[in-house]
Design a protein around this ligand. Sequence first.
Ligand SMILES: Cc1ncc(COP(=O)(O)O)c(C=O)c1O
Length: 408
Amino acid sequence: MTAVTPPNAATEAFITASEAHSAHNYHPLPVVVATAEGAWMTDVEGRRYLDMLAGYSALNFGHGNQRLIEAAKAQLERVTLTSRAFYHDRFSAFCTQLAELCGMDMVLPMNTGAEAVETAVKTARKWGYQVKGVLDGRAKIVVAGNNFHGRTTTIVSFSTDQEARADFGPYTPGFEIVPYGDLTALRGAVTENTVAVLLEPIQGEAGVLVPPAGYLPAVRELTRERNVLFIADEIQSGLGRTGRTFACEHEGVVPDMYVLGKALGGGVVPVSAVVSSSEVLGVFKPGEHGSTFGGNPLACAVALEVIAMLRTGEFQQRAAELGEHLHAELGLLTGTGKVTQVRGRGLWAGVDIDPSHGTGREISEKLMAKGVLVKDTHGSTIRIAPPLMISKEDLDWGLDQLRAVLAV
Ligand SMILES: Cc1ncc(COP(=O)(O)O)c(C=O)c1O
């Protein structure tokens, strides 16, 4: 593998034009991708990079996965959009098979993760008023500090990240924030007006934070006792990433509702969904919620292929096996003084770099120069989440580059 040289004029020109004509709501690494295949991306100058981010888990099955591309192409030739004003012939299979994968019985399809979280919030409130009997306007949803559930105005209303929140008020009321992993605080926050507890079973954006063992089962028990919905946002943690279909499975927990996105669309189209029981999702009547693109034929065709791939368990197993290897290797770095902590499950890791050896951003840029793409979060953390189909050789090569950057 050849070392990567700094960006040349072609890259600079693409970046300058992008910055001139797009809002500066991201701070991308200075790489301009032109093509991608499997776990590798190639930039406009022909340099190759190992993708160790996988679109924040949207690309669990790799770039250009042939089964997904074929499913999309076949559907492109048939019908791509009907709106939900009509039925289409991919819809029932998608809903039935996704519900089955989740062990639940009803699906409400949307497009992006944030839309699915918004849908979960609306569902919980309506369930609270109509089924639980909460007085109108009093419904509360308990969430965790350092959460990341998306970027809409309601969702940033219950974020604790000032960058995500500041200047976007007035904020939507009806949320109670407790520290993640703190059961006593959660117990104290649940009242008769609580309709749901909304959690990421592993907090991704916060730095791949795994809650203390026993936390999720205790949340399950508490929510069941108090007649509160347990909503698991598995948008980033779900669909194979952690070595199981759902991260909740590691603790033997089945929530009342899964919120899914990212990998559900196979990195081809945006597909998200709320999956729950008919008692919960049955609260909706026509006109109360919807989306022009949600559950469209192209999305359903691709997602059906994703579900078929997950049904075999092959990707989950790979993530578990390679994940064990990844964590064993990363664990060795914690003894070097360069890395202070490594967290995660499966092919998903948050690596805290000792600040004296550079910020997460600086380490990400150095890795980019060596042909590996990762992303920093919260100052000194880098996130590693390669496609689940990455080869062991490529993963090892990526880890070699990390060791070289850290000089260990
Ligand atoms: C746990 C979680 N929920 C929700 C979202 C929002 O998804 P989207 O960016 O598709 O709106 C994300 C995105 O990173 C996420 O990680």
